[in-house]
Design a protein. Structure first.
Length: 151
């Protein structure tokens, strides 16, 4: 099948709004105060925008792992954990006792909880690696808890 030339197609013309010099000069300027938006003159070179650095997959994850392994601070937020502790305590004992908690007692529970979770995830990771996987799954956690004989 032969191609037919239909001639040149009409080009679209984009209309632009340009302000006149009189409308821009009508604004008052305060000396010493610069507006956040500076406009470039038509002949000025356009400033290059810096591209955000894009790392290879897994690089940032490894960096994050190293950062968490170096740190010793608590990873669970204190206030939500304290609310959870108080809620569980009132579930078991009820409101008639009016329990009050020392901050160091809640902190000790949080330290113990995070240590337990870290050890559980270490064992879970070993279970996943034994199954020749790198992604942990719910069955790995269940197996780790069953082998430990806890809960």
């Amino acid at each position: 099948m032969a191609r037919l030339s239909l001639g040149s197609t009409p080009k679209r013309v984009i209309a632009t709004n340009r302000r006149t010099a009189s409308s821009t000069s009508a604004r008052k300027t305060v000396p010493g105060v610069s507006s956040g938006l500076q406009r470039n003159a038509p002949g000025d070179p356009v400033p290059e925008t810096l591209k955000k650095r894009r790392y290879r997959p897994g690089t940032l994850a490894l960096r994050e792992i190293r950062q968490y392994q170096k740190s010793t601070d608590l990873l669970i937020r204190k206030l939500p954990f304290a609310r959870l502790v108080r809620e569980i305590a009132t579930e078991y004992l009820g409101n008639e006792y009016g329990l009050r908690w020392q901050s160091v007692a809640v902190l000790a529970l949080q330290e113990a909880s995070e240590a337990f979770l870290v050890n559980l995830f270490e064992d879970t990771n070993l279970c996943a690696l034994h199954a020749k996987r790198v992604t942990i799954m719910q069955k790995d956690i269940q197996l780790a808890r069953r082998i430990r004989g806890q809960f």
